[in-house]
Design a protein around this ligand. Sequence first.
Ligand code: CP
Length: 647
Amino acid sequence: MARLEKTDVVSIDDLTLPEIERVFTLADEFAEALARGTSLTLANGLIMATLFYEPSTRTRLSFESAMHRLGGAVISSADMRASSAVKGESLADTVRIVSAYADLIVLRHPQDGAARVAAEYAPGPVLNAGDGSREHPTQTLCDLFILRRKKKKLKGLTVALCGDLKFGRTVHSLIYALARFGANIVAVPTSGMDVPAYVLERLAAERNYSFSTVTMDELKSLAGGLDALYLTPSAPHQMALFTGDLALGKVPAGEAPASLDAFYVTRLQKERMVGKEIKPGEYVRFDARALKTQRTQEAVVMHPLPRTDELAYELDTDPRAVYFEQAAVGVPVRMALVAWLIEQKHDRTDAKPAGQSIRFKAEPYPRCANSNCITRFEGPHLHPRFKLARTTDRHVLPLRCEYCERELNVEFVGHARSHRYYKYDENLYGYVRQWIEEPSLAVFETVKQAEEHGYEPYRRGPQREVMNADEIALAVESLADQIAADVSDLTNVYLIGVVSHGAVLATRVRDALEKKSGTRAPCAAVDVYRSQDAIGELDGGAPFGVEGRTIVIVDDVINSGWTVQRAMTMIWQYGRPAAVRLAVLIDRGHRAVPIRPNYVGKNIPTSPSERVQVRLAPSGHNGKPKAHDRAMIYSMVEPIKTAEQVK
Ligand code: CP
C-alpha cells in the first residue's frame, strides 16, 4: 500500500494559496527546530528518490538534507548519465521502477514538461525540481518564504525581475505565484530574453493579470533618475509592469511603482540557448549602485543562484542581499513540503479541473512545436496532448501542449470519419469544436501529410493526369541515369527516400541504378513526422550511416521544399555526409524555401494553389511499371464558408 497519497507538485499552481501558507507555517516551525537542534522523526520509514538529469547543488542537496532532518531516507541518482537512461530507458519507465523503491520522487529534467510526464506515470508523489525552462515550483516556495520573512507580506509588493526571463524557470513559477498573491511585477529582461508568450497567456487567462510597458523615463524615475537601474550599462531593456486585480491599486497600470521591494536577479541560462550569443556587457550587471536611490533603498536583492557575472560580490555583505539566506531556507521549506505531503489524506490527482484535452484517435498525432518539449524525446508511448488555445490569428487553429504549454498553430484540419481535410480559417471553429467532441478532429502540418494519411481535400477542382505509369517508369530510368552520370563512386551512395512515396521511389531508383551499373546502393527511409528513430534501412540493407557518403534524398514531388529541408536536418543528426543531393520525380518549380533538386524526373510548372499527387506501387522484382502508377494535378478550393458546404 502506498505510504503517501498521490500528490504531485509539477507547477506552483498545483498548490492553493492556503496550502502555500500551510507550507510556510510548517517551514517556520522547522526553521526553529533546526535552530534548536531538535531531532525529528516525522518521515521515519519513508524514502525519497532524487532523480537529477541536470546538475544541481541547492535543490538536490537541500531536498536530501530536508529528508534526513525529518528522519527519512534518501536514494539518489545525482547524475542520470550513470543510470539506465543512457541505455534509452524512458522517463515513464524510470519513474515507474523508482516508485517501487521510494515513496516520493524529486525530479529535475532538461525537457519542458518532463515533470508532468513523471507525475502521470509514477504511482506516488512527484515533486518538480525544475523541468527545462518551464517551472521550478519548490524554488518559488523558497523565494516567497524569504520575501515574506523580509517584507512581512506578499500582497502589494513590487518585485523587479531582471535578466533572463525567457529561459529562467524559477522566474516563471515566481511570476505565477506573485500574481496570485497580488504582487506587482516589473519585468526587466535582457534584450531578447523577455517573459515568453505562453507565460503571459496563462497570466492573462487564469489570473486576469495584465501587463503594460513602462517607459524608460518611468523606470528611471523609479530608480531615482539613475540609468536604467544600472542593470545594463550598454543595452537598454524593454521593461514591463505587471499588475493584477488583486494588487489593490497600489500601482495603476502603465505607471511606475513608487518604490521597489525586491530585485530578483537571474543568471543567463546559457545551457538552454541555441544559436544565440549574448555579448559581454549586454547582460544584467547588478551592483550596489542600484540600491542607492530613495526608491530602492528598502529593496532586498534575491537570486535563485548559482550566480555567474550578473551579481557583484560587493553586495554580499549588504544586509539587503538575501540570496544566501534564500538558498539556506531551502532545507526548512523543503522539510515543510515533505511534511505537508505526509499530511495529505486524499488523492489529489484530479482535484483540479483538468479542462478538455483533445483526443486524436489515430495517426498522425500532432507534434508539439517546441523542440525541447518532453513529447519530442520520450517515445511513441507518449502521445502529445493539446487543448484549444485562444485565437489571435483567424487563419490558424491554436492548440496548447499540455506538457510544455507552448502553442501549436495548425493550418490544416481534417475530419477523421469523412477523411476530408481543410485549410483552417475561423469559419471552421464551430465545426472543429464539434469534431473535438465526437472525437474526430485530425490536424496536419502540411497538405502533404494529410494526403499521405489518405485524406482528400474537402473540395478540389477537376483533376488531370500529368504522368501515366509508362512516363513514371521512364522518369525513374532518367533519374538513375542522371545519378550514375553525376556521382563518380556509386559504391559510396546511400539513397534516402522521404516516407512514403519518396521511399518507394528510392527503391525503384536503386533497382534501376543496379541494372545499369551492377552496384546495389543501400536504401533508407526518413519519416519527417517522427521525432525518434526517424530513419530506418529499407529491405534490410546495409546499416544506416551517412558519414563520408554521398546521400541522395529521394522524394516524389517538391511542394514547398519544407519536407526535404526537415529530412536534411534529420540526416545531419546522424553524421556528416560528403555530399547531399536531391532527386525528385516531379519538380513543380514553385518552392517556398530555396531547395533545388539535382536530379529531376519531369518538370511540371504549377501555381501555389495547385496540387500534384503521385501514386506509386512498391518496386517489383521484375522492375516493370505498375499499372496504377500515376501523377495527377488539381486545383485547391478555398476553405468552406457556410454550414451547408460542410455537410
Ligand atoms: N536554484 C537552484 O535551482 O539551484 P541548483 O541548480 O543548484 O539546484
